[in-house]
Design a protein around this ligand. Structure first.
Ligand code: ADP
Ligand code: MG
Length: 338
């Protein structure tokens, strides 16, 4: 069974940034408004994610890391509406199998915090111990892949893994201006990345990517409501969606294009959309795009691919919607380089 667990763990968690992503999703699901990430050696040695969310009840601690232990109700419709970020009860099981996991948590109603350790999904004796803690939860991941040399060897340097974590946290920070994010190396005072809860998307683009990109952004707003899709006259076959976002209109000088796509409030990947945007930038000689799009679609028209590590989505009338977005982006790109 241990081998099976490790294989499964390897699917969800292949590098420190995957663990951070799962822990961020959980922190957001717990209603946090402040999330602090701190790492040592790019998360290979140590990775902590601290949130100020609702915390975990004592009774839930023993089975917290059991596979398919999840407090999040999910039906098929639930998946389609992307109502919570977690949807499998798989993440903590995987992390506790791939590393030494310590959890410190306190609910608002509890007088003190509780500290627990897990190994291979199992709560280590003597069980939850009282400790000082603020409201919320801290996950401490030590020695990722201590038991899996192959995975360890496949990792990049500490700097490379840290860059991946920073990229990921930057995406979350921009897409969730209602939450403050902070990411730093353990022991250093100044975080490399810092955003404040309650600022704007634009403020956070500036905080993460710098003033010159932020200055070159043009806003994009687009919506259709109930427009008929050609040749298919039925109620299901009407286009209803809205998009708002920002599009850079300059030669972005970073290493590669950056796409941030949110659908119904969640960061997702949509390769088809990225490819069509890339083509638009290319045809206007403005490669290296920076695009942030916030799409709202009818929940029952979005299909999340239920693969544990990917957030790739497809949606109904995708071609028509991509064409509308592309037209709007091209309109912006035809203006002067800013
Ligand atoms: P899932 O997110 O799919 O439910 P996870 O393995 O990621 O599965 O988490 C298991 C459970 O642990 C969650 O359903 C939630 O109840 C609890 N949990 C995890 N992280 C947090 C957190 N930061 N704050 C509060 N509860 C948490
Ligand atoms: Mg989760």
């Amino acid at each position: 069974p241990e081998v099976v667990q490790q294989i499964a763990a390897g699917e969800v968690i292949q590098r420190p940034a995957n663990a951070v992503k799962e822990l961020l999703d959980n922190a957001l699901d717990a209603g946090s408004t402040q999330i602090t990430i701190s790492v040592k050696e790019g998360g290979k040695k140590l990775l902590t994610v601290q949130d100020n969310g609702h915390g975990i009840e004592r009774d839930d601690l023993p089975l917290l890391c059991k596979r398919h232990a999840t407090s999040k109700l999910r039906s098929f419709e639930d998946l389609n509406s992307l109502s919570t970020l977690g949807f499998r009860g798989e993440a903590l099981a995987s992390i506790s199998t791939a590393a030494h996991l310590t959890v410190i948590t306190k609910t608002a109603a509890a007088v003190a915090g509780l500290k627990t350790r897990y190994r291979n999904t199992i709560l280590e004796p003597p069980g939850p111990l009282p400790c000082a803690a603020q409201n919320g939860t801290t996950f401490i991941v030590d020695d990722l892949f201590y038991n899996n040399e192959q995975r360890r060897k496949a990792l990049g340097s500490g700097a490379e893994e840290y860059a991946r974590i920073l990229d990921l946290v930057g995406r979350y920070a921009i897409s969730r201006p209602d939450v403050g994010f902070s990411c730093k190396k353990q022991g250093e005072r100044r975080p490399e990345l810092h955003t404040v809860a309650g600022t704007s998307t634009q403020d956070n683009i500036r905080a993460v990517h710098g003033a010159s990109i932020a200055k070159s952004m043009l806003p994009l707003e687009l919506s259709k409501s109930g427009e008929e899709v050609a040749g298919t006259p039925s109620t299901e076959n009407t286009l209803t969606f809205s998009v708002s976002g920002f599009v850079s209109c300059t030669h972005y000088s970073g290493r590669k294009g950056i796409f941030l796509i949110r659908i119904n409030g969640h960061l997702v990947q949509c390769r088809a959309l990225e490819h069509s945007l890339e083509a638009a930038y290319f045809s206007h000689a403005r490669n290296k795009p920076f695009v942030y799009l916030d799409l709202k679609l009818p929940g029952d028209q979005v299909d999340v691919n239920v693969h544990p590590t990917k957030h790739e989505v497809v949606f109904l009338h995708q071609d028509e919607i991509l064409a509308c977005i592309n037209e709007a982006v091209e309109g912006l790109l035809q203006g002067p380089i800013r």
